[in-house]
Structures are given as structure tokens and as C-alpha cells.
Ligand binder design. Structure first.
Ligand SMILES: Nc1ncnc2c1ncn2[C@@H]1O[C@H](COP(=O)(O)OP(=O)(O)OP(=O)(O)O)[C@@H](O)[C@H]1O
Ligand SMILES: *[C@@H]1O[C@H](CO)[C@@H](O)[C@H](O)[C@H]1NC(C)=O
Ligand SMILES: *[C@@H]1O[C@H](CO)[C@@H](O)[C@H](O)[C@H]1NC(C)=O
Ligand SMILES: *[C@@H]1O[C@H](CO)[C@@H](O)[C@H](O)[C@H]1NC(C)=O
Ligand SMILES: *[C@@H]1O[C@H](CO)[C@@H](O)[C@H](O)[C@H]1NC(C)=O
Ligand SMILES: *[C@@H]1O[C@H](CO)[C@@H](O)[C@H](O)[C@H]1NC(C)=O
Ligand SMILES: *[C@@H]1O[C@H](CO)[C@@H](O)[C@H](O)[C@H]1NC(C)=O
Ligand SMILES: *[C@@H]1O[C@H](CO)[C@@H](O)[C@H](O)[C@H]1NC(C)=O
Length: 669
């Protein structure tokens, strides 16, 4: 900054000195700050005093002239006087190996070059005016392009031009070394400042052009020295200045200092006082700033944006709902990310099935490699959620060989994910209702499953620390582990639909055919409503038919009524699943059928509890004799009396019905 100020003051001071001298005598510019040059097009004076004749704009031209014309001819006999010009210039380019097109010192009758052309015309000539004697233009070109049309010698030459770009004399840029007279090449486009001396001797009619690097003193031997009569060229009064042009390469043509002398030597340019060129490569740096940086910035922004978006997406994808009260259930909470990865993003190939509550996916937990079944239950945020999850989690502590172990849960917005042990053999209904000829479960397996489910349900009802009502016992909720053990799944889930509802209203969720009549009436689930459903399940497994059937065999509609009918007729074994092809234990089958009827009795006081059920099944307690009066009921008639038609209701897509006030959550199905 201090250096700049110094330069500025120096140049101001020198300018003042300069203007006090007659312009026809001598001129000296050490930098151009505050000077009164006539500039046009791209020419400007930079803030640190450099004259930028062209500023790097492509296909541009620029000019800078001393503002007043000089008298080149003697006022008495009209001969062209001697003149001496010195200047220091530099050419910078975006490419180190190339710069176009060139730069020239010119003497011209006018400063109006609006009709001149850029590119190879160097900003002071055009194709029409070429060679016209009325141009009265004298120029020293520092040409960085090779133009065959002007018979250029190379792309790095100095030339003397008279009214044309075809130089009368030219030489490769360089100088003759004073010590050994060897020619030293100079590269005009090196970017370094160079010194040029032009000397015209009026009497001798000789012109010489010399150039040298800045640190080299004026060589004794000029680069070009030739005979030239300017008397036909220069007008009486002409302007002196610079012209330059660019083409397809961003080039900058700088003038650092300039001096002129008419009839006397031009003042010497003190190179120490010249303004400093921008550091070499600054153009590159500014290219860096102007193109690379914005591109890099844009790329950076785009990349960052993409990262942020993917993070946000990821965050959203794996977003969970977590509340303070859940902290106590921490160990049972799975991260959504783990479940997402476990199920490969809930891919449909991992879909095990879809039930009334939602879809179930198979998955492998990434950390433990444990196979799990993930049930996605959609729910709306509701008040009862806390109680429900508390229950789910407490239920998660239940461990029994006939219950599907709940491993944990995960909660997201509008979604609850329940993680269960994976049951490799799927649900029982698939075996019961498989097509003819396909593998079904044998009677022995069925009876074992029945006993197992009874034990599991007994555990829920009586053996655990609090009474847990399953609410949705049915063949599709009985899952088979790798040893074909029956395990009851989904327990407690129906509670989800109870919590948060108005206690004044009745709201029942269950599956038609498994719903006890009093449950439909009161909406109150009790262990005995589970027993009713278990009865229906017993009949279902033994008969191989759904509790409410549309694909009627013997036109029956409600399984209980149909089995009861056969019991009354004494043909109970006719109801046993024909898929067993007679391979079954008659006593066990009759026990299961009778117990099924007993459990599915419409009157709760007739139904046994699960403790008794297990004893009956194990043969520890004989089944009480069923009296025909006791057992004369028709579930269908009973249900229809209550205003429900199980046949019609069973048409519900999920076979699940909701009676009473339908809360928001049940509305979705
Ligand atoms: N733990 C599990 N292991 C293996 N498969 C399972 C598991 N849980 C569920 N499934 C499979 O997913 C299917 C759907 O289960 P889900 O319990 O949601 O439906 P459902 O029992 O038919 O209906 P509901 O929702 O009324 O109980 C089941 O039929 C079963 O094949
Ligand atoms: C060069 O000069 C022209 C004309 O004054 C101007 O429009 C352009 O912006 C300048 N370019 C640079 C790089 O300074
Ligand atoms: C600059 O030059 C113009 C003529 O080109 C002249 O009119 C003007 O007064 C000069 N200004 C200064 C400050 O020398
Ligand atoms: C013209 O006049 C100058 C002096 O003004 C003189 O030096 C020069 O020799 C003259 N030239 C001719 C050709 O007479
Ligand atoms: C420059 O010359 C052109 C014709 O070559 C002319 O149209 C224009 O008006 C001139 N400009 C000035 C400032 O004299
Ligand atoms: C040279 O230029 C002048 C003025 O611009 C014009 O009148 C003349 O016709 C030109 N001569 C040639 C040969 O183009
Ligand atoms: C002349 O001198 C310069 C340096 O002073 C050196 O680089 C060059 O090689 C010399 N040339 C000859 C022919 O001696
Ligand atoms: C100088 O330039 C000429 C022509 O471009 C080339 O043949 C020569 O090798 C160059 N010499 C040096 C020393 O760069």
C-alpha cells in the first residue's frame, strides 16, 4: 500500500513536471495514474498506474494516446524531425504458451480508430485501409501472432509498419548481447516487462528499433535498423500512442512507462519507479477466481446440498418418534435404521404377509444376525400410546415356549414397528387351507399345536404377573417355529384399538367367527372371550375349516352350528378335516370337537377356563358330558338376533371387524 502511494505521488509529481515542459519537447510517464491520456475501447489505467491497453476481453481493441497532437515536421522547411521513443510494456495471457494478437506503438493523424479491426489488425488497421497511403500511419508492432497474409516471419516478432500490417522490416523479438554480439531470443508473451527504444533520425532518414529485458541496459546493436523516409508518411501534426488487440485468447497488453523526445533523446525511464505488474500467474489466479472458484464453489454447494439432502432424507427415512417416557423402555427400542436395514428397506421380497394390523416383513438384525419378523402397524399419534407401548414392552418380557417372543418395538410418526422372533414355518392357517395334495399338518401335529396354544393362552390368562387377554386368537395368529411348535402371536395388539377411545362407547375389534356374542354386545374382552375364540380355533384346526365359511360344504355357514348339528345327529367324526384322509386319533379328535363346542358356547358360564381346557386336553380331567338341552343353540341365530350377520360381516377384506364407534385408527381399513 505504501509502495502504491509512493508510486502515485511520484507519478503525480512527474506529471506536473511533464506538463510544465512543452509537449513537443519531451514526455515522461512512469506509470499513468492521474494522467490525461485519450483512451478508448478496452484501454484503462489500472488502480496502481498500469496502462492496460487491452484488458483481456476477447476480440477487443484498445488505444491510448497522448491527448494533443505533436508537430513532427519542421515549421520552416517541413522535414520530419528526429524523434525518440522509449516504452516499457508487458503482455500477459491466460495461456503461458500463447497470446494474441499484439501491441503497437503508433503515430497517426487521428485518435479515432472506431473503424479499425481487432485480431491481426492490431486495432489500428482494417482490411480496406491496408496499404492506403492516405492512412499516414507509422507503427512499431510487437506481434504475437503469425499471419501469412502479412508475411509475418514468426509469432514473436518486432516489425516496422507503414500504412500497412505487412512490415517493411521485421525481426524475431530479442536483442544482441553487448558482450559477444550473440542474438538473445525474447518471448513477447513471457509476461515479463520489456524495454523498447525507437529512434528516428530525420536527417539520416534512419530508423532503429531496439529491445531488451528490463534488467538489461539498452543494447548497442539495435534489433532493426533501416533506412526510412517518413516525410510522406507523417502528417504535420500527429498523435502518438499505443494500440493493441486481442483475438481468441484472453490477452492483456500493459504499458508501464513511456517517454518521448522530439529532436532530443527521450528521457530515460527509471525502471525502479515503474508501477508493478501483477504477479505472474495472477491472471491465472483470477481465472482461478473467476472460473475455477465459482465452478468449485458451485460444485461444493451442489455436493454439500446433495449431502444435506441425503442426510435430511436419511434422517427422514430413519426418523423416529421418541418421547421422554420411553427412556425407561430403552432396551426394548430398536432403531428404525436397524429395522430398515434388517428388512432391506422393507422390500416386498421380504414381505411375509399382511394382516389386519399391517404388513409383516422378514428381517435379519444387522448386529446380531438374528432372524426377526417386523410388523409395521400404522397408527395415528394418540393419547393411549404411552399405555399401549408400556403394555407392549411389559408383554415383551413374557417368555413362553408357546408364545411368539416380542423382542421390541420402534415408533415413528404414524407407524409402530413390532419386532418378533421369526417363526420359520409360518402361520398355521397356511397348512390348514393349503390346496389339495399339498402338505398339511398331521393330526398328531395338530393336537400338539392345540395343546401348545392352550398352554400359551393359560400362561397369558393366569400364570403371568397380570392377566393378559389375547383378543385375537385364530389360526393365522398361530405361528409354527422350526420344530412345528405352535406359538401364539400378536397378543395384546388388539389393545391398541381400545386405548384412547371413549370408555362410554363400545369398540370391539376381532375376527368374525371368533367373536363371543357378549363381546359383540358389551365390547368388554375377558379371558372368557378368549376361551370362545380358542373354541372356534379348536374346531377350525380339527375340521380344517374357517369358523365362518363362504365356501360351504353341506351349505353350513357358521362352523360351530354345523359341528353342533353333527353332534346332535351323532355323526361328529364326519366333521373332521377330510385332508387328514382318516389318519387321526378318534378320541383326541372328538375331545377337540366337543371341547371346541363347549368353549364356543354362547353362555359364558358354560365355558371352561383355560386351566380346565389344558387339563381336558392333557387328559387330566374328563370332559363333562354335554347335555343336549345345554347345547341346543345356534350361534348364527343368536348373532342375527343381536343384529349382526356374521356371514355378511365376514366379507370384510381383512376378516376383521370393528363394531361400535370407529376410532380414527380403524377407519383406515
Ligand atoms: N413372527 C413371525 N414369524 C414368521 N412369520 C410371521 C410372524 N408374524 C407374522 N408372520 C406372517 O405374517 C403374516 C401376517 O401376520 P399378521 O399377524 O399381521 O396377520 P394376521 O394374523 O393374518 O392378521 P391379524 O393382524 O388380524 O392378526 C402371517 O400370516 C404370517 O405368515
Ligand atoms: C474490459 O473493458 C471493457 C470495456 O471497457 C469492459 O466492458 C470489460 O468489462 C473489461 N473487462 C475486464 C476483464 O476488465
Ligand atoms: C486533457 O486533455 C484534453 C484534451 O484531450 C483537455 O481538453 C483537457 O483539459 C486535459 N485535461 C487535463 C487535466 O490536462
Ligand atoms: C530544415 O530545418 C532544420 C532547422 O529548422 C535544419 O536542421 C534541417 O537541416 C533542414 N532540412 C532541410 C532538408 O533543409
Ligand atoms: C470516428 O470515425 C467514424 C468514421 O470512421 C465516425 O463515424 C465517427 O463519428 C468518428 N468518431 C469521432 C468521435 O470522431
Ligand atoms: C484510400 O483512402 C482514401 C480515404 O479514406 C480513399 O478515398 C481512397 O479511395 C483509398 N484508396 C484506396 C486505393 O483504397
Ligand atoms: C553470449 O553471452 C550470453 C550471456 O551473457 C550467453 O548466455 C550466451 O550463451 C553467449 N553466447 C555466445 C555465442 O557466446
Ligand atoms: C530463438 O527463436 C528461434 C526462432 O523462433 C529459434 O529457432 C531458436 O531456437 C530460439 N533460440 C533460443 C535460444 O531460444
Amino acid at each position: 500500500m505504501r509502495i502504491f502511494l509512493l508510486c502515485f505521488l511520484l507519478s503525480i509529481g512527474l506529471d506536473l513536471a511533464l506538463f510544465s515542459a512543452t509537449p513537443d519537447d519531451q514526455l515522461l510517464y512512469l506509470g499513468f495514474t492521474g494522467t490525461n491520456l485519450t483512451v478508448d475501447d478496452t484501454a484503462t489505467v489500472t488502480s496502481n498506474g498500469l496502462l492496460e491497453v487491452t484488458n483481456g476481453t476477447l476480440n477487443s481493441k484498445g488505444h491510448a494516446f497522448y491527448p494533443t497532437p505533436l508537430h513532427f515536421r519542421d515549421s520552416h522547411n517541413g522535414t520530419v524531425q528526429s524523434f525518440f521513443v522509449t516504452f516499457v510494456f508487458a503482455i500477459r495471457s491466460t495461456y503461458q504458451i500463447m497470446s494474441l494478437h499484439g501491441f503497437a506503438f503508433i503515430i497517426a493523424p487521428s485518435t479515432n480508430f472506431s473503424d479499425a479491426m481487432s485480431n491481426q489488425y492490431l486495432g489500428f488497421m482494417n482490411s480496406q485501409k491496408r496499404g492506403n497511403l492516405s492512412n499516414h500511419i507509422f507503427a512499431i508492432e510487437l506481434d504475437t501472432g503469425l499471419n501469412v497474409e502479412f508475411q509475418d516471419i514468426d509469432a514473436n516478432h518486432v516489425g516496422i509498419d507503414i500504412n500497412d500490417l505487412h512490415s517493411i522490416e521485421s525481426h524475431t523479438a530479442g536483442y544482441y548481447d553487448d558482450r559477444n554480439s550473440s542474438f538473445q531470443n525474447m518471448s513477447l508473451i513471457s509476461g515479463d516487462a520489456m524495454h523498447v527504444w525507437v529512434e528516428y533520425h530525420g536527417e539520416a532518414k534512419r530508423i532503429s528499433v531496439t529491445m531488451a529485458p528490463l534488467h538489461v541496459a539498452k543494447p548497442k546493436r539495435p534489433l532493426i535498423s533501416t533506412h526510412l523516409d517518413l516525410s510522406t508518411v507523417l502528417q504535420k501534426s500527429s498523435y502518438i500512442g499505443f494500440s493493441s488487440s486481442t483475438g481468441s485468447v484472453e490477452s492483456i497488453h500493459y504499458v508501464l512507462g513511456w517517454s518521448f523526445g522530439m529532436n532530443k533523446p527521450a528521457p530515460e525511464i527509471d525502471i525502479a519507479k515503474l508501477p508493478k505488474l501483477p504477479p505472474q500467474g495472477q491472471k491465472r489466479q483470477s481465472i482461478l477466481l473467476e472460473t475455477v472458484l465459482p465452478i468449485a464453489t458451485a460444485t461444493f454447494i451442489v455436493v454439500m446440498g446433495a449431502i444435506i439432502i441425503s442426510l435430511v432424507r436419511r434422517k427422514r427415512r430413519y426418523a423416529e418418534l421418541k418421547e421422554d417416557w420411553e427412556v425407561e423402555f430403552g432396551p426394548h427400542r430398536f432403531s428404525y435404521k436397524d429395522l430398515y436395514h434388517a428388512t432391506e428397506g422393507f422390500k416386498s421380497k421380504n414381505l411375509l404377509g399382511a394382516g389386519g394390523f399391517g404388513k409383516v416383513y422378514r428381517g435379519v438384525l444387522p448386529s446380531s444376525k438374528l432372524e426377526v419378523a417386523v410388523k409395521k402397524v400404522s397408527h395415528e399419534s394418540r393419547q393411549g400410546m404411552k399405555e399401549f407401548i408400556a403394555e407392549v414392552v411389559s408383554i415383551g418380557r413374557i417368555r413362553h415356549r408357546n408364545l411368539v417372543q416380542l423382542l421390541g418395538y420402534c415408533r415413528r410418526k404414524g407407524e409402530l414397528l413390532l419386532v418378533y422372533d421369526y417363526m420359520s414355518n409360518g402361520s398355521l392357517d397356511k397348512y390348514l387351507y393349503c390346496d389339495e395334495g399339498m402338505r398339511t399338518v398331521t393330526w398328531a401335529q395338530r393336537f400338539r399345536i392345540i395343546k401348545g396354544i392352550a398352554t400359551g393362552l393359560l400362561y397369558l390368562h393366569e400364570k403371568w404377573e397380570k392377566i393378559v387377554i389375547h383378543r385375537d386368537i385364530k389360526a393365522s395368529n398361530v405361528l409354527l417355529d422350526s420344530e412345528m411348535n405352535g406359538r401364539l402371536g400378536d397378543f395384546g395388539l388388539a389393545r391398541l384399538y381400545d386405548h384412547g377411545t371413549d370408555p362410554q362407547t363400545t369398540h370391539v375389534v376381532g375376527t368374525m367367527g371368533y367373536l363371543a356374542p357378549e363381546l359383540v354386545n358389551t365390547g368388554k374382552a375377558t379371558p372368557l372371550t378368549d376361551v370362545f375364540a380358542f373354541g372356534a380355533f379348536l374346531l377350525e384346526v380339527t375340521c380344517g375349516q374357517r369358523p365362518v365359511n363362504n365356501n360351504t360344504r353341506d351349505n353350513q355357514e357358521v362352523l360351530v352350528d354345523w359341528v353342533l348339528e353333527h353332534w346332535h345327529k351323532g355323526s361328529l367324526t364326519d366333521t373332521v378335516d377330510p385332508k387328514l384322509q382318516g389318519h387321526y386319533n378318534v378320541d383326541e379328535a372328538c375331545l377337540a370337537l366337543k371341547l371346541g363346542l363347549l368353549c364356543s358356547h354362547p353362555f359364558t358360564n358354560v365355558r371352561p377356563n383355560m386351566q380346565q381346557v389344558v387339563k381336558y386336553l392333557d387328559g387330566d380331567l374328563p370332559l363333562p358330558e354335554l347335555s343336549h338341552t345345554h347345547m341346543s343353540f345356534s350361534l348364527l341365530t343368536l348373532m342375527q338376533d343381536e343384529g349382526f350377520d356374521p356371514y355378511v360381516l365376514s366379507y370384510d377384506s381383512s376378516n376383521k371387524i370393528s363394531i361400535g364407534t370407529v376410532s380414527g385408527i380403524s377407519g383406515g381399513r
